[in-house]
Ligand binder design. Structure first.
Ligand SMILES: Nc1nc2c(c(=O)[nH]1)N[C@H]1C(S)=C(S)[C@@H](COP(=O)(O)OP(=O)(O)OC[C@H]3O[C@@H](n4cnc5c(=O)[nH]c(N)nc54)[C@H](O)[C@@H]3O)O[C@H]1N2
Ligand SMILES: Nc1nc2c(c(=O)[nH]1)N[C@H]1C(S)=C(S)[C@@H](COP(=O)(O)OP(=O)(O)OC[C@H]3O[C@@H](n4cnc5c(=O)[nH]c(N)nc54)[C@H](O)[C@@H]3O)O[C@H]1N2
Ligand code: SF4
Ligand SMILES: [Mo]
Length: 919
């Protein structure tokens, strides 16, 4: 390329992953994303990025994209596909009514996409059947806020995390899931060591690294703990009587509901020592500047909403709300979960924080939209929606930017529902989405770095995502796809937008419609942004809502004036009670299955699985078990574990983790049909939901564990052009390398070299191999024109997670090399691995520092995290690996990890199992 043609520019956008909502400066060179950097101007991250954000450029790979539309498997133009969607939806509506169709959308589309989807379904199709993956994520938090404040309002802001003197993290692994906020907490504690951190989580997760106290409560016992706190605050006279009297209602009923929760009974229920509980209560009692930061360990429960209110009750009782450094802070997961809530893109909401069951609100929205209709009752929430698809009541569903086959509970039922559905439309940007296999119509969507719009993060801050590269293939923006269908269904005037700025302006104007002034009716008001010109919209800087005439520059904190959006203007205490588990772990299903996230992967891995760097942190799925349980189950290092619930089963390797409570286990959520077909944990979960929010209980199901002895471990590395068939073994997992991919296969029935070679087509190349003593011990290399196409390394028996011991970087290098000298592949055949490639599991992804390297340095002399950083660079860029560095330091100092504060299980009475349908 000549000098003149070289183009490069940098633009500020927002990270497409978590709800922290970091600003990203993205550099585009010759039309492609060439680099990303934390944007120092953005208030969420002030220049920092976590490991996922840092490696965003790795995930913008062309080969993974859905680039064309298709109908029944045949490629068509996008316009033809849109014709098809419109006519199928219209026909079904004409015959069966508007409630026979549905949208299932996502907290990962932009506010403008969400706004038009909601407008089309509610105002024009005339059904409220639009729900979202935020149902699986935020809906309990929303319902908790609404019950307490009369509105879905996050009272806090990120500065509160720095100003608080006590941070209580409940059901959150922020070190891995909201890393930049975790780093704020770290910095606050470093600056003022008197800052206290308390982690409430059944598991000793990476976040415990910062904890002064870890309360490893039994799963699902949070309400007992917080009711106990309310009771303690009352008994020890720490209540804010003025606040309670002037700003709240229903205190007496809430306290009455909490009186039986004395410290000893809480200790018994939660399985944590009374001393540790009293210690937590006392610190909470004496520290006015307290933030309680909560996430999925709270929300994803059949008592999720009550858990939220148990927390909020304690803040109301102490008047800790609306002032710097305090408040109940629900942290959102997805980048635009908040935007979805704002536009009303859930089945039980209307729009702009107006309510579907309020006739006045319905009339306002219908008038504002000039809409032919408006639903009078709420639509189907996610789990019910798929149940109604299964029965045929809902006959068409349009899935946008989510992967319900993987992420909804009870995968087997979801698959059956979609297979039976007359019309499944999927708008998607990446090919490795399991739900695509069920699509009748596929629409190719643009994605991050291509699309334009806004997102709102966990602290109500609206930021722009900016399209900086040209969308590939036939891809179109989600809002264009939705408007394209709306126009074809006869609603051209209402969906005649030509850019996102117009949609945003309308959304902003609706938020101020019959709202605003000194006594606003609704919390969500961004009418101050409704007059932005296109240029002003393009240049919009991050701003926290409300934005209106009273707050033209946005609002840092809500409820500073102690006025709430309830009819009386007062906040509501909600009486709550801890309930026994519906499906207790006992008899045939004695273990509790917990699930959640890993540091370097994003959800169903459609984007992150290709990044070699991100894959290196943990290449394959696992179940983490307490060492005592491993012993009791007689698991040996060549065993895999079959995890079986009443709803389905998975097969995964195990790892020992002393931070897991005995009797429970933890499986990451990320693996799918595409990346490890036996390991999609949602197969095991039930369709049980919180009765108020409809949020599934994705952190809890009872299971049994059985060993599956494996006879052979086969590691395969291949170029993209030499992918083997994937028909081997009970278990395989694949992950990205720089120059191809790797497969880790386990077999309970061994295979020979020739059976392994049969996984490639004839003519794929020539094999060179070495056969070991046993049939299943071999090394084989597939060569074509002097280039290595694939390598297979087979062992007859396998230690658990052999992955980390293999020299992946070397294999990757060989795969990427041009002509490889026979001496080099000879060394591989004889497994003569160069020392530099014996790094072990990658701990620091940014500087590629492995566990073996770190341990070697630690053996020479003791280190701190920062001195390790000085020596090896590890932990000095994004900082995400610091908790693991600390763990390695502690391990090398010989301090064995144990779970603190656990009360030995005295509650051994076996309750008869409730009849639960065996599915
Ligand atoms: N790396 C990474 N980061 C992410 C994501 C990702 O996929 N990858 N996803 C984003 C999204 S959408 C979300 S929603 C957030 C989720 O963020 P988090 O909620 O922080 O993450 P999880 O790992 O799902 O679960 C948090 C913790 O809940 C605990 N838990 C389980 N049961 C209970 C219980 O009964 N009580 C209590 N107190 N705790 C319990 C689990 O042990 C776990 O440590 O992460 C966001 N950030
Ligand atoms: N057992 C268990 N299950 C869980 C959870 C758990 O903790 N345990 N967590 C739950 C939670 S909190 C969440 S948020 C869900 C997440 O679950 P999902 O939403 O199913 O997971 P993702 O992989 O994020 O799916 C997003 C999809 O959208 C695509 N995509 C990305 N950007 C765009 C875009 O701009 N347009 C379009 N059209 N497509 C796009 C991606 O390629 C991907 O396929 O999982 C839930 N399920
Ligand atoms: S914390 Fe990481 S994943 Fe979350 S928005 Fe920031 S850079 Fe992205
Ligand atoms: Mo989420």
């Amino acid at each position: 390329m000549s000098q003149e043609q070289f183009t490069q520019h940098t633009q500020c956008t927002t990270c497409p992953y978590c709800g922290v909502g970091c600003g990203v400066d993205i550099t585009v060179t010759n039309g492609e994303v060439s680099g990303v950097k934390g944007s120092s101007e953005h208030p969420a991250n002030l220049g920092k990025l976590c490991v996922k954000g840092t490696h965003l450029a790795d995930t913008t790979l062309p080969q993974d994209r859905v680039l064309t539309a298709s109908v029944a498997g045949t490629d068509v133009s996008v316009d033809e596909a849109l014709d098809e969607v419109a006519s199928r939806f219209a026909n079904i509506i004409a015959e069966h009514g508007p409630d026979a169709v549905a949208f299932y959308v996502s907290g990962q589309i932009l506010t403008e996409d969400y706004y038009v989807a909601n407008k089309l379904m509610k105002g024009f199709i005339g059904s409220a059947n639009i729900d979202t993956n935020s149902r699986l994520c935020m809906s309990s938090a929303v319902a908790g806020y609404k019950r307490a404040f009369g509105s879905d309002t996050v009272p806090c802001c990120y500065e509160d995390l720095s100003e608080a003197k006590l941070l209580v993290l409940v059901g959150s692994n922020a070190a891995w899931t909201h890393p930049i906020l975790y780093q704020r907490m770290q910095a606050a504690k470093q600056a003022d060591p008197s800052v206290q951190v308390i982690v409430i989580d059944p598991r000793q997760n990476a976040t415990c690294d910062l904890a002064d106290i870890h309360l490893p409560i039994k799963a699902g016992t949070d309400i007992a703990l917080f009711n106990g706190l309310l009771c303690y605050l009352a008994e020890q006279e720490y209540l804010d009587h003025d606040y309670i009297a002037q700003r709240t209602e229903q205190f007496t009923t809430a306290l009455q509901a909490a009186t039986e929760y004395d410290v000893d009974s809480v200790a018994h229920t939660c399985g944590v020592t009374a001393t540790a509980i009293r210690d937590f209560y006392e610190r909470f009692a004496v520290t006015p500047k307290t933030v309680t930061f909560y996430s999925q360990g709270v929300n994803q429960s059949s008592q999720g909403v009550d858990k939220c209110n148990a927390i909020i009750n304690c803040h109301l009782a102490t008047g800790r709300l609306g002032q710097p450094g305090m408040g109940p802070f629900s942290i959102t997961g997805q980048p635009n979960a908040m935007g979805g809530r704002e536009v009303g893109g859930l089945a039980n909401m209307l729009a702009a924080h107006m309510d579907i069951d309020n006739a006045q609100h319905r009339q306002w929205v219908q008038t504002f939209w000039d809409a032919p209709t408006i639903p009078t009752k709420m639509g189907l929430k996610a789990v019910d929606l798929f149940a109604n698809i299964a029965t045929g009541k809902v006959k068409a569903v349009w899935v946008m930017a989510t992967n319900p086959v993987v992420s909804l509970p009870n995968r087997n039922q979801i698959e059956e529902a979609l297979a039976a559905c007359d019309c499944v439309v999927v708008s998607e940007c990446y090919t490795r989405n399991d739900t695509l296999a069920f699509a009748d119509i596929v629409l190719p969507a643009t994605t991050w770095s291509e699309k334009n719009g806004t997102v709102t993060n966990s602290e109500r801050c609206i930021s722009r995502q900016r399209g900086v590269v040209v969308p590939p293939g036939q891809t179109r923006h989600d809002w264009e796809l939705i408007c394209g269908v709306a126009q074809r269904m006869g609603y051209a005037d209402a969906f005649a937008y030509t850019n996102v700025a117009q949609i945003f302006a309308e959304h902003a104007a609706l938020s101020g419609y019959h709202n605003g002034g000194d006594d606003p009716l609704r919390d969500f008001d961004i009418s101050g942004l409704s007059d932005l010109s296109e240029t002003q919209y393009d240049q919009l800087s991050p701003i926290r809502w409300p934005v209106n005439t009273t707050h033209p520059y946005g609002t840092q904190r809500m409820f500073a004036d102690g006025r709430f959006f309830t009819p009386s203007g007062k906040a509501q205490f909600v009486p709550v009670a801890h309930k026994a588990l519906v499906e207790p772990p006992q008899n045939d299903y004695p273990f509790i299955l917990n699930s959640g996230r890993l540091r370097d992967q994003w959800h169903t891995m459609t984007r992150t699985s290709r990044s070699a760097t991100l894959a290196n942190h943990q290449q394959a799925p696992n179940v983490a078990l307490n060492p005592q349980d491993i012993k009791d189950l007689n698991l040996t290092s060549s065993d895999w574990v079959i995890i079986r619930s009443r709803y389905g089963h998975i097969t995964v390797p195990f790892t020992a983790d002393p931070g897991i409570r005995p009797g429970s286990c933890f499986v990451p959520i990320h693996w799918t049909q595409q990346t490890a077909p036996s390991a999609n944990v949602s197969r095991c979960y039930s369709s049980r939901v919180d009765p108020i929010s409809g949020q599934p209980e994705s952190k809890f199901v009872s299971v049994k564990l059985t060993p599956l002895p494996m006879q052979q471990a086969l590691q395969i590395v291949y170029r993209p052009s030499a992918q083997p068939q994937l028909t081997l073994g009970e278990y395989w997992a694949r992950f990205g390398l720089m120059h191809g991919e790797a497969l880790s296969v386990s077999l309970s029935q061994p295979i020979s070299l020739s059976e392994c070679q049969n996984q490639w087509q004839e003519g794929a190349g020539n094999w060179v191999s070495i056969q070991g003593a046993a049939t299943s011990e071999f090394t084989a290399i597939l060569l074509k024109d002097g280039h290595i196409q694939a390598m297979c390394i087979s062992q007859s028996c396998q230690p658990t997670l052999t992955n980390s011991d293999l020299p992946w970087a070397w294999l990757d290098e060989l795969l990427g090399a041009g002509n490889v000298a026979p001496a080099t592949y000879g060394a591989l055949l004889s497994r003569d691995i160069p020392d530099v490639h014996r790094q072990g599991r990658l701990v620091c992804s940014c500087f590629r520092v492995g566990e073996n390297t770190i341990n070697a340095v630690l053996q020479e002399q003791p280190h701190t995290v920062s001195s390790l950083g000085e020596k090896l660079q590890c932990g000095t860029n994004c900082g995400s690996c610091k908790p693991e560095l600390q763990q390695l330091i502690e391990q090398s100092a010989g301090s064995a990890r144990t779970l603190p504060n656990v009360l030995p299980d005295t509650d051994m009475t076996v309750i008869p199992v409730k009849q639960i349908e065996d599915k």
